[in-house]
Every structure is written in structure tokens, then in C-alpha cells.
Ligand binder design. Structure first.
Ligand code: HPA
Length: 246
């Protein structure tokens, strides 16, 4: 039974280095996950894979059923989750194709199903979210990146926006003033829901583009695709390095 899951983001709807064993269709009290869960092995280690936006990349960020995804993973025995996510770079060193392991989050999303704790007549639960990612998993990913010769950025604040549109330049300026270093649309409520389920969750972000207004030009979709191809290749290398030790 796999205790490790990888949630794939834009640019990572399949994992080429996963030897597939079987696929599992699941239902949860919160509805269906984004797609069947793929069980397989990377370098001999049991892993499950779930593409966040669906197998055909058809589910936009605000319509991902984050609760069903995380519930399903926990229900099959997953304890650790590596969340791969495409982001825009805000801070000067967050250049396209770089790998970033964020350590903080600012949430700008709204109207998403963001908690499991909302049933009537149950005691109110407040989770600690001071450090939103699992430090132990982050440390292991950072060490694996170094061992694989990947020049990753070890600390960053992830600003989660609602999407699916990209931001305006003024919104990105405001996010920079708030302290955001990268911007993405799927980091929340995923990280908080993982914490509610007591999963050890860390994000491996791949910079797809300069965030709006950061290089003075509009954002070209072809450029995003090219950067993601390069970045996701590094993610595959990183996973091969990290997973045997997890
Ligand atoms: N903004 C939000 N989400 C993103 C971006 C961006 O610029 N690039 C990739 N995901």
C-alpha cells in the first residue's frame, strides 16, 4: 500500500517515470476526485498519482474538488503528499523554469469548499497553520534537489489566487507588497485541507512565467508551455532522487 502521493499540476498530468500497476476510481462523501488514482512504483517505491486538473486537464483551479482529492488519498492510506504546481514568479529570483519549495502561504481565494469541519452540532475545530507545509517533507525535497544538482529556491511565500484568469499587474504589485514571492491558483485550500486530515504535505512549485507586469510584457501561453516542459523535467529528476528515501 502506497503511503506517498503525488498530486500533479499543469504540465504534469502523467508521470513518465511511474511504472503503472492499476487505476482506482473512487467516491468520497464530498464527491468524486479529479480522476482515477493511479497506483504504481517509482524506483521500486509504491506511489499513487492524481492529476489535480483531471486526466485530460479539463478542471479549472476554482472547480477542482480539493476535498474529494485529499479525502480519497487519505482513505487509501496516504500519509505524505507532494503537490506539484505551476506558478508565476514575482520576486526577482523566481525566474521561469525554476523550482521553488514555498514555506508560507497567503490565501486570496474565495468561495471554495475550504474545510472538512463544518458539520452541524460538532465541536468547532481550528487547526494550527502557522507553518502551512510539512517541514520534514520540505527538508527531504530540498536535500533531494541538491543531490540531483537542481538549483532550487528553498523559501518563498505562495500567494493563492482564485483564477482562472491570470492577475493584473496591479494585483501582482499588491501581492509583492504583501510579501508574496510566487503566485498560483491551486495552493489553497489544498494545503489547509491536507493539514485538517493530518497529512504531511509539501509543494514543489515550477515557475511557468513572470507574474503579470513583472517583465513589462503580457504573458504568452506558448512561453508558459515551454518553461513547464523544462521545469517538469527537473521535477521528474527530483522525484526519482527523493522518492526512494521517503
Ligand atoms: N498566476 C497564477 N497562477 C499561475 C501563474 C500566474 O502567473 N502561472 C502559472 N500559474
Amino acid at each position: 500500500m502506497a503511503s506517498l502521493a503525488i498530486i500533479g499540476g499543469t504540465g504534469l498530468t502523467t508521470l513518465k517515470n511511474l511504472e503503472i500497476e492499476h487505476r482506482q476510481v473512487m467516491q468520497t462523501p464530498f464527491g468524486e476526485p479529479s480522476g482515477p488514482i493511479t497506483h504504481g512504483r517509482i524506483k521500486g517505491k509504491a506511489v499513487v498519482f492524481l492529476p489535480r486538473h483531471g486526466t485530460g486537464h479539463t478542471i479549472p483551479p476554482h472547480r477542482v474538488n480539493y476535498r474529494a482529492n485529499l479525502w480519497a488519498l487519505q482513505a487509501i492510506g496516504v500519509r505524505r503528499v507532494i503537490a506539484v504546481a505551476a506558478v508565476g514568479g514575482i520576486r526577482r529570483d523566481m525566474a521561469p523554469a525554476r523550482i521553488v519549495f514555498p514555506d508560507q502561504i497567503i490565501d486570496y481565494t474565495w468561495s471554495r469548499q475550504h474545510t472538512f469541519f463544518e458539520r452541524d452540532n460538532e465541536p468547532v475545530v481550528h487547526i494550527d497553520f502557522t507553518r502551512p507545509y510539512c517541514d520534514e517533507l520540505r527538508d527531504r525535497l530540498i536535500a533531494a534537489a541538491a543531490a540531483a544538482g537542481i538549483d532550487a529556491i528553498e523559501e518563498a511565500t505562495y500567494g493563492a489566487t482564485q483564477g482562472p484568469r491570470l492577475e493584473t499587474a496591479a494585483e501582482v504589485d499588491r501581492m509583492a507588497r504583501d510579501g508574496c514571492d510566487i503566485v498560483g491558483m491551486t495552493g489553497m485550500p489544498e494545503a489547509a485541507l491536507a493539514r485538517e486530515l493530518e497529512l504531511c504535505y509539501a509543494t514543489c512549485a515550477v515557475v511557468a512565467n513572470w507574474a503579470a507586469g513583472r517583465d513589462g510584457q503580457s504573458i504568452a501561453m506558448e512561453e508558459i508551455e515551454q518553461n513547464l516542459v523544462q521545469g517538469m523535467q527537473q521535477v521528474r529528476t527530483l522525484l526519482e532522487e527523493a522518492i526512494p528515501g521517503l
